[in-house]
Design a protein around this ligand. Sequence first.
Ligand code: KG4
Ligand code: ZN
Length: 348
Amino acid sequence: MGQRVIGIETSCDETSVAILEVDAKNVNVLHHEVASQIPAHAVYGGVVPEVAARLHVAEIVSLLDRALGTQTPFDRFDAIAVTRGPGLATALRVGIEAAKTLAFVSGKPFIGVNHLEGHLASAWMSEANRQQWQFPVLALLVSGGHTELILMKDFGSYRVLGRTRDDAAGEAFDKTGKLMGLGYPGGPMIAKFAEKGNAKAFDLPRPMLHDPSLDFSFSGLKTAVRLVWEKLSRSEQQDVKTLADVAASIQAAIVDVLVAKTLAAAAKVRPRCIAIVGGVSANRSLHETMSQRMRAAGEVYSAVHLLEPARGYHTDNAAMVALAGAWQIHNGKYHDWKRLDAKPELDL
Ligand code: KG4
Ligand code: ZN
């Protein structure tokens, strides 16, 4: 039997608890629940840390109760994994305190997980990906808070090759979506409008595309979108076709840069697999463009597998946290729960 790990995630705007049974080849999801706070934050147009922490407090006990049941709750898991960072300090602490309480009363091993490693692990959640998986894996981690190119040499062995110098890709989607009045989060809404739009309708910049580094920058794009938007008349701003064209142009600019930089990194490090993970990996256009350009390059990428998280594991969830915890435990790493604190700025 594999190791059963309970995972707890409260780094941003999802409260989530999962129990996974993990062995060297398989991942069995015994329980998984995500309570999204998106409707509460949408009212403010973005995540409000104080509201996030309060809602995690309100949700966490009932999520744990549903995961563990009431009879013999501690028989359901062998170890506890919790996100320790990066994320919102007060939000992280809710999950950490819950996990510490579980460790205290159950006496079971405890591990603090890096949320970014959780996103990397989300690609391993899919059986098809596990079959194709070969190191080195080049991961494009694109979320609301992060945009990083990471070389995974093994489980637990990571090198950051490039990262954003300002806004993350998800933030670029969210901020431009907000400007267009599409609500929070903007990413899924821009993707939806973009389906019917012309990506060439507006000429937007592709920041850092020709820069030799593997870094990104999205704040200039946000400014360019603002200029385009402000030139439109009131009625154009409310016209569905125009909204679709602006959305498609924004999406194309972001996707172009993400794909080009990932392939530039791939040319340097020659990975066996390319994984796209994090909330923005739910974007179909990103996946399709990456896949098309890899095919167009012919021989070069013919043996490279493109991996993405299974449905439901793109955005924040506790299953990926439990799995990253299981990887660490497999490598003999544990934490003393009495000493572990949140690390809001944690990096890989
Ligand atoms: O990984 P995640 O749930 O949270 C962080 O760790 O930040 O990512 C959330 C981000 C948001 O910025 C959201 O707009 C973006 O993922 N997102 C998308 C899509 N679905 C979620 N962006 C573009 N297209 C999507 N379909
Ligand atoms: Zn995340």
